[in-house]
Design a protein around this ligand. Sequence first.
Ligand code: SF4
Length: 384
Amino acid sequence: MAESITHSDTDVKTDLKSLNRKELKQFCQELGLQSYRADQLFQWLYQKGASSFDEMTNLSKDLRARLNEIATVRRIKIHNQQRSIDGTMKFLFELDNENRDKIEAVLIPDFYSDGTANRLTVCLSSQVGCIFGCSFCATGKMGFFRNLSHGEIVDQAQIINDIAEKEFGKKITNIVYMGMGEPLHNYEAVVESATIISDEMGIDLSPKRITVSTVGLTKQIKQLADEGQPFNLAISLHAADDEKRNRIMPINQSLNLEKLEESVRYFFQETMRPLTYEYLLFDEFNDSKHDAHKLADIVQWVPSKVNIIMYNKVEGVDLSRAREHRLDSFMQTLVGRGVTATVRRSRGDDIDAGCGQLAIREGQKRGKSMRKEWDETTAEQMNN
Ligand code: SF4
């Protein structure tokens, strides 16, 4: 629990969205409320997106007044939004904290041939910035500022779900944790938020439609399996040998492919759930036939599939999107090896769709001293 519960006459208010469902029940119990009140509050917070107690009209006036005295409801808000000609919508959210930090989330619609919406995928952020410093990533260049709370993560999904219903006449259909930050570096909040999103009193999205991605934090991958978390797992691989992966993803220097293989095998053995490898295809870097064969070897560790992603250029990065003929040849090699692979064409090319770009453009108004970067201490921590 982030803050202690106070009952009256104090200036410490409980942020209800810092409580998980069990803690919210406990909060209600301590106030002498019946247990259905906890369900009502939960729905207001995570399904209806209330930002004040006054909106909670099925609570008595007295109860609302009492809650106003002892508790608060923090909620993020849209600061800026962009819409691509392909329908992709990118949102820059401002967080309800002293620094007014900015994070991004994206709504990616797929359409049937008659123009109606098919899949509505939302990409969520889990941290302000990121410590892992992958060389191709705009967020990685910001450094790490702080973790998001589970409430701040659910808010992104809830606000975009409301927009999807207005814009496309249906709820969001899929969630991926692939925005700013490394989701498994903020394990508790990410798992709690995914649990709330899949709760029927939350957004009621099947856990089978929720994917948590990671650069390969092996301990947390095993933890997901040990806890029986029902969400899908994706590995951001992006290179299929240690030498190339070390060059673009510093995490690989401490958690290399051998360690990743061990955790992935453990995950499958415990859950029997196939996983997905995300592979950004960079021109003349990881897009040769030889690279495709190495990737096919990795895919054979456990049943899995590959998403080949066409890269959105990031300022100051000398890697670029693979050319079409190299993509074709790469895909042919994978298919020839029996790999299930799909190509994810980049979306929102005409807006700042690469994760972190919009937040950087708007500027994180935080001192440099509050920022952390990847270093040897972090690498050591990852190994423990
Ligand atoms: S790719 Fe993911 S893990 Fe790597 S720096 Fe970007 S946000 Fe962090």
